[in-house]
Write a protein of this length. Structure first.
Length: 546
């Protein structure tokens, strides 16, 4: 089976924060799981270096857009590396190859009759003497009344056009822009309504999309799909490959999603592989993003694929809800955020991964608080998991004649472990990662209870054979916990794997090799609870609270 994992492309105009990490971590968990299972996996993503937010940031700092894009692309890569992400290809949208692929897609849509010429009205700022890209226009959403950008309302997830906004203003200067007639190219999105209805019905029947993706997509389909402009007057981006439009750029909403395909092409060229195995109609694909990106993956990207004759439509939408911070909405403008570089410099990456998965906003918004994060680390990772591993291996280290025979395993624990691979695997494949991780930690607590009930520290004197059977059962359990948790907690799992002389992780029960474990330092260090208040004060001090 071929599995495509497509992670959303963050804008390279600012550091990643916990909201980004929460929406992207499921992609790496899925990729690691399917590799352990022995499937063919292609896991791709990249930095969006062509977006309007980058040019805005560059103007604010008085530097070139490339300077901004380079800075944050490098920052993203460092963060993903520290978190243990296993992208097969992490690229960027300002590469020549990406531009070439996007232009080919655009030209194919044009040649197939799905892109047409249309005169329309566009916002023009007299003060700045320029037509305004959509994100250069801000105003009031006509649907919900919230403050919105010209391309999308974050509050109600409506896809907008700047002309839709009430009380529009130019983001650069604050003046009110005017409408001027201009010619653009439009994508005939409305022609794909029947096929996208079928895609929606299939996803609903198979439970392949999260509820938010189904609900938002249903709303757009019920409203009736509208043709959308695919060209814009932008300073950076992919040049439109159509005669007479060479001074315009391909609109970011059609260009950025095409990055999944351009990243796949880049991977194939680098490794001499055939891209088609991951872009066939029987490919299983997981598109991983926050809910604000849903319509681009359930409506726009499928329509583009249909328009260029590739019926490899998204099968799974892994679309998280939002993460709040200390019960307040994240706000990058007010610096009410926990930035990824900071938390990765100060805390265990597996602890971050654990918290963001076990508290994932899969069906509703979830809150990150420093109290919950630190108590989760101390109580669950250190107190439950780390404690079970450490107490078992420390006890074994003291026994000079321990046999290390993990074929000597309690039958009930052996059976439950076998069942756990099947149950957890099914949950992961359905993208129920939170439930899958919770299932494993329920088992960890049961194993701790087993250790306490068997009392090997007593039976080692009265019945050594029974004590060894207990310890071998625990050793078997630790080896399999390392495998079961590897998609979620890869760094600590690898430490256990090395200590127990395990090879590459697989997704089936294993017994340890007939060697005594190497010395293993405690998997997790305790965090002083006083750090909760330290982090809260730091957050409040740095925030620009109105």
């Amino acid at each position: 089976m071929a599995v495509l994992i497509a992670g959303a492309w963050p804008y390279a105009n600012g550091d990643l924060h916990l909201g980004h990490l929460s929406s992207l971590i499921p992609g790496d968990c899925l990729a690691r799981y399917f590799r352990q299972k022995g499937e063919k996996v292609l896991y791709v993503s990249g930095s969006d270096c062509n977006g309007t937010p980058i040019t805005i940031r560059a103007k604010q700092e008085g530097v070139t857009p490339k300077t901004i894009a380079d800075r944050y692309h490098d920052s993203f890569q460092r963060c993903f590396e520290k978190l243990g992400f296993t992208y097969d290809c992490y690229t960027r949208t300002d590469t020549p190859l990406h531009h070439e692929v996007v232009q080919n897609i655009f030209k194919t849509l044009y040649d197939n009759g799905y892109i047409y010429h249309k005169k329309t009205k566009q916002m023009y700022c007299n003060h700045c003497a320029q037509f305004l890209p959509d994100r250069y226009v801000e105003g009031i959403c006509p649907h919900c009344g919230a403050f919105a950008r010209g391309d999308q309302c974050d509050a109600c997830s409506s896809i907008l056009d700047p002309v839709d906004l009430l009380e529009p203003t130019c983001k650069l200067c604050g003046h009110t822009p005017e409408l001027r007639e201009v010619e653009h190219l439009y994508f005939a999105l409305s022609r794909f309504q029947p096929q996208l209805e079928q895609l929606y019905q299939r996803a609903k029947k198979n439970h392949d999309w999260r509820e938010n993706a189904l609900n938002l997509t249903r709303r757009y389909l019920d409203e009736g799909l509208q043709d959308r402009a695919v060209t814009r007057d932008l300073p950076i981006g992919v040049t439109v490959p159509i005669k007479g439009f060479e001074d315009k750029k391909v609109y970011v909403w059609i260009e950025a999603v095409s990055g999944y395909y351009s990243a796949s092409v880049r991977w194939a060229k680098k490794h001499g592989r055939d891209i088609s195995e991951f872009w066939r109609d029987d490919t299983v694909s997981y598109y991983v993003q926050g809910k604000d990106n849903v319509p681009f993956h359930t409506i726009i990207w499928p329509a583009i694929l249909l328009g260029i004759g590739k019926e490899v439509l998204p099968t799974h939408l892994v679309s998280n809800e939002y993460v709040t911070l200390e019960r307040k909405k994240l706000s990058t403008s007010r610096n009410w955020a926990v930035w990824a570089p900071y938390i990765l410099d100060h805390y265990d990456p597996d602890s971050i991964r654990y918290f963001l998965v076990i508290n994932a906003p899969e069906t509703h918004d979830a809150d990150f608080s420093w109290k919950a994060f630190i108590e989760s680390h101390n109580g669950e990772l250190l107190g439950a998991y780390g404690n079970f591993v450490n107490r078992t291996l420390k006890f074994i280290e003291k026994l000079s004649d321990f046999n290390g025979d993990t074929s000597q395993v309690d039958p009930e624990i052996l059976q439950t472990t076998q069942e756990l691979y099947h149950k957890v695997g099914q949950m992961i494949e359905a993208a129920h990662l939170k439930a899958a991780l919770a299932e494993i930690f329920t088992w960890i607590r049961r194993l701790n209870k087993y250790f306490d009930e068997q009392k090997p520290w007593q039976s080692i004197s009265t019945d050594p054979e029974e004590a060894y059977a207990t310890l071998n059962t625990c050793l078997f359990s630790i080896a399999n916990l390392a495998q079961l948790l590897a998609p979620f907690l890869p760094l600590s799992s690898r430490k256990i794997g090395d200590a127990l002389h395990l090879g590459a992780f697989i997704w089936t029960p294993i017994h340890c090799p007939g060697k005594l474990p190497e010395h293993l330092e405690p998997l997790f260090a305790r965090i002083d609870p006083e750090q909760i208040q330290v982090e809260r004060e730091r957050l409040a001090k740095n925030a620009n609270v109105e």
